[in-house]
Design a protein around this ligand. Structure first.
Ligand code: SF4
Ligand code: SF4
Length: 386
């Protein structure tokens, strides 16, 4: 058994003695109404396991399921200047559980798909081939950018992937290559399958090394954070070229966009994922909007990495009712309190559960920007669709 680091141990202690100032923020608690979902409970159990006062078993596993890693608790944490992040503690205990064999059937299914198809969703080869058509055509060669077309986007909204590639092409003179790798391992990492995560990460690093691109661009913001930060901090793997999310890359090249841009006056509501906002996140979508001077209403971040509605997302699905319902209601309410006439998302999962409830148009970020660049270019398909 691997003991917690001193840092994690301090985190558990701080949460364990706290009166759960953050509970109102936790969607896992609100949806489950279980004592086990209290952050302090998760901290105490993790601490007891670490100190070998408690054995790893199904009961511990059932407590550790009550977290979707949304980091909403950070916003209301008692320690305002240095909020206590409980998620690394939960990941640590999940890892111990995984190695002990205590993990759900849903996670087993993810592992089976990763083994067979290299991603949690299944066969995406045809989708990837269609995307390859988007990057055909040689430009004057100025090196090549390697794009990682994340499986969640390929599976969930191919059009979002197409839009992202078109936008990347719009701002660069370099050639674009599409990586064979379509999965950076978020679920494996989040649910404690660390050996799987490491093997997956090594394969991606190898592909990047062999390809030797100018830089790597991931279509999903989570993947950029994983490649750039998590691979390095948790696995000691380094990627020698810069890694950007799509929004970060466009932000880097924003000067190439400005002359082409016709501003829309309609205020928008931008939905970003937790990985863009917390920890190593860069809020690049938000910064991009500001940089382009896009008219926007206040944009409270919506911090919730919702998973694919059609696909089991691991142990989170053991919760009844699913915390996504809570998240969806909160998001809907936040949007209705603004004057937004349009919703823009940076991850395809973000609005799975509220799309049917919203009357506003919903679009992916790249599709929206392409429409601003050339409003006459009919891009009906850029409308977000499931
Ligand atoms: S995250 Fe902060 S508020 Fe919540 S239990 Fe831990 S220390 Fe308390
Ligand atoms: S990360 Fe989200 S789900 Fe986990 S304890 Fe914090 S608020 Fe709850």
């Amino acid at each position: 058994m691997k003991r917690m680091s001193e840092e994690l141990s301090v985190t558990t202690l701080r949460c364990a003695v706290c009166h759960d100032q953050c509970v109102s923020a936790c969607p896992a608690l609100e949806s489950s109404r279980q004592l086990a979902a209290y952050p302090s409970r998760k901290a105490m159990i993790s601490r007891d396991v670490d100190q070998q006062l408690l054995q790893l078993n199904k009961d511990v596993a059932s407590v550790m399921q009550y977290c979707i890693g949304c980091n909403a608790c950070l916003e209301t944490c008692l320690y305002r200047s240095h909020p206590n992040d409980i998620t690394p503690v939960i990941r640590h205990t999940r890892r111990e559980l995984f190695e002990h064999g205590d993990y759900s059937d849903e996670l087993k299914l993810i592992l089976a798909n990763v083994e067979k198809w290299g991603n949690p969703y299944g066969d995406l080869t045809t989708t990837r081939k269609r995307l390859l058509n988007e990057i055909q055509g040689e430009k004057e060669k100025k090196g090549t950018i390697l794009v990682i077309g994340d499986s969640s986007i390929l599976y969930f909204s191919e059009q979002m992937a197409v839009n992202s590639l078109k936008l990347i092409k719009e701002v660069t003179d370099s050639n674009i290559g599409l990586a064979e790798s379509t999965y950076c391992g978020w679920e494996l990492w989040h649910y404690g399958a660390v050996n799987w995560f490491e093997n997956n990460a090594k394969a991606i690093c190898k592909e990047i090394e062999v390809f030797n691109p100018l830089c790597v661009v991931t279509l999903s913001p989570q993947s950029a954070v994983l490649l750039r930060e998590t691979f390095h901090h948790e696995l000691g793997l380094s990627i020698s070229v810069p890694v950007f999310s799509m929004a970060e890359f466009i932000l880097e090249k924003v000067e190439n966009l400005k002359g082409k841009f016709s501003l829309s006056n309609s205020p928008i509501y931008l939905v970003q994922s937790a990985s863009e906002v917390f920890g190593m996140g860069t809020k690049a979508g938000d910064a991009l909007m500001t940089s382009l001077g896009i008219n926007s209403v206040s944009r409270p971040y919506t911090f919730y990495p919702m998973r694919n509605a059609h696909y089991p997302e691991g142990i989170v699905l053991d919760l009844h009712p699913d915390p996504r319902n809570v998240i969806a209601q909160r998001l809907k309410e936040a949007i209705s309190n603004t004057k937004a006439t349009r919703v823009i998302v940076t991850t395809p999962e973000a609005l799975t559960n509220i799309k049917s409830e919203l009357t506003l148009p919903v679009q992916d970020l790249a599709g929206y920007l392409l429409d601003q660049i050339n409003p006459l270019d009919v891009r009906g398909a850029s409308q977000f669709s499931i």
